[in-house]
Write a protein that binds this ligand. Structure first.
Ligand code: NAP
Ligand code: MG
Length: 493
């Protein structure tokens, strides 16, 4: 199916979504959204300030009680309808994401499926919120627990998955009966505004979800508002930790999905075909701008040369170009700021002795791609020293950084040598050894012999400084529920 991108973009809402209506910011301020494929302006979007944020929370608070009191089945059916609408319009939405993020269409199509699934999964969970009835150990009294929605939620989301980082929070929040104010990233506000219209069409009552693109400080001013009951953030560790500190001053329940530094560990007895295949998802999806992207390829010395060679071959199969062009498999990065960061990290590694096997600098791109847009070529660096900045910092680009390990234990130890603990990958043909490695890895999620980790039915989240809490799976809804105790007297006949 071919899509008229200009028509889709010009039809996309560009105002704030508050209390079921698209409205301008009180100040009348706007900001521009760029297409990183060529630097052109895609849309001009209303920019929420503090007053707008407060209006959004007013709307969420006004309907909180009523929304919490709706039948779980009714909430489930709204989510289910939204899932169906997103699926029907998936191609349109994939184009919007590829335009505002730059990402290649196959990856955006993948995100439509993944992002929409959170609505289906949590539609199914909405009707399975449970309680408990117990006898106190001393006999006599009864303990009854019930689960209630925590109340109005503030969500702040990043640009790298414009749809799913929102729906992964919204699905469980709505299923449990919470209302929400969501601030999308300024690079990618259109996806969430498009979603707002879909939710309205799916029958979501006014005020239950409010979307306020704009400044971070306007959104985070709500952390000071005592009506807010929950804060959920996905983004950089630095920003997340600073907002967490503010939330803590108000004892506000907080979930954080932060940065990672995923090790991709190839043990001595790994099957190289599986490891190389996994690079496609674990590294190249979204041009490497993924929090669970493999950041350090740690390869046993016995397989080292062969792995370097095979991955370099793989990089040659990618086509770099505009995200919305068919046939493109690696789009631009999300902006020139990202190209700058990735270039700095790569230059630092090279200066410290890393060998460039592919790519390595924007000058390796075709001239046209150097001139316009925010591109970085698929890159392979071998012999990266452990002192390189990229060994401790997130690369967020299509860069395979390969480190040599002298033994399996050395690989695990280096893998764990980071303040982060989001995801990890391990490759071994021996199940016991793979499981042993998986248990030893200090991360929230491990993929064994594959590159894909995320699934709506699986709990997503990190340990160490990669985050607090879990999204998706059976666990995800708990972030939006509070357990209430009803202490009952002795039961008598
Ligand atoms: P970011 O700079 O932290 O931004 C994330 C969100 O926070 C955006 O909406 C941003 O708004 C907002 N923000 C920035 N500064 C703020 C402030 N002082 N107060 C309130 N809000 C503020 O992160 P990013 O650059 O968009 O995303 C990349 C990072 O996200 C990476 O580190 C990646 O690992 C992480 N990430 C983690 C996960 C996960 O699940 N663990 C998933 C995806 C991404 P503006 O856009 O307006 O600046
Ligand atoms: Mg940022």
């Amino acid at each position: 199916m071919s899509i008229d991108l200009d028509a889709v973009i010009s039809d996309c809402p560009t105002q704030l979504f508050i209390n079921g209506e698209f409205v301008d910011a009180v100040s009348g301020e706007t900001f521009e959204v760029e297409n990183p494929s060529d630097g052109s302006v895609l849309a001009t979007v209303a920019k929420a300030g503090t007053e707008d944020a407060t209006k959004a929370l007013d709307a969420a608070c006004a309907v909180q009680q009523e929304w919490a009191a709706t039948a779980p089945r009714e909430r489930a059916e709204i989510l289910r309808r939204a899932f169906e609408l997103l699926s029907e319009r998936g191609e349109e939405l994939a184009y919007i994401m590829s335009a505002e993020l730059g990402r290649a269409l196959p990856d955006s199509r993948g995100e439509v499926t993944y992002g929409a699934e959170f609505f289906r999964w949590f539609a199914e969970e909405a009707v399975r919120i449970t309680g408990d009835y117990r006898i106190t150990p001393a006999g006599g009294g009864r303990v009854v627990t019930t689960q209630q929605p925590v109340g109005p939620v503030l969500a702040i989301t990043p640009w790298n998955f414009p749809l799913s980082m929102g729906t992964r929070k919204m699905g469980p929040a709505l299923a449990s009966g919470c209302t929400m104010v969501l601030k999308p990233a300024s690079k990618t506000p259109l996806t969430m505004l498009y979603l707002a219209r879909v939710l309205k069409e799916a029958g979501l009552p006014d005020g239950v979800v409010n979307i306020i693109p704009g400044s971070g400080s306007a959104a985070s001013s709500l952390l000071e508002d005592s009506r807010l009951r929950k804060f959920t953030f996905t983004g950089s560790t630095e920003v997340g930790q600073s907002l967490h500190a503010t939330a803590a001053e108000h004892s506000l329940g907080t979930s954080l999905e932060l940065g990672g530094n995923a090790p991709f560990i190839v043990l001595e007895d790994a099957d190289l075909d599986k490891a190389v295949e996994a690079v496609k998802v674990a590294k190249m999806r979204g041009a490497g701008q993924v929090c669970i992207a493999a950041n350090r390829f740690i390869v046993h010395e016995k397989l080292y040369d062969a792995f370097c060679e095979r991955v370099t071959e793989l990089m040659g199969t990618y086509t770099v170009g505009r995200g919305t062009d068919e046939g493109v498999t690696v789009g631009p990065l999300s902006g020139d700021d990202q190209v700058e960061t990735v270039s700095e990290l790569v230059n630092d590694a090279i200066a410290q002795g890393a060998r460039v096997l592919a790519g390595g600098s924007v000058y390796e791109l075709e001239e046209e791609l150097q001139e316009k847009g925010s591109y970085f070529p698929p890159t392979v660096l071998a012999d990266v020293p452990r002192s390189a900045r990229m060994a401790t910092e997130e690369i967020f680009g299509p860069v395979v950084a390969i480190y040599k390990a002298s033994s399996d234990q050395d690989a695990i130890d280096f893998g764990n040598d980071t303040i982060f603990g989001l995801a990890g990958y391990v490759f071994s043909e021996n199940l016991e050894r793979a499981l042993g490695a998986g248990e030893a890895m200090q991360v929230g999620m491990v993929a064994i012999n594959k590159g894909a980790i995320s699934d709506p039915s699986a709990p997503f989240g990190g340990v160490k400084q990669s985050g607090v809490g879990r999204e998706g799976g059976f666990e995800g809804i708990n972030e939006y529920l509070e357990t209430k105790l009803m202490a009952l007297p002795e039961a008598r006949l």
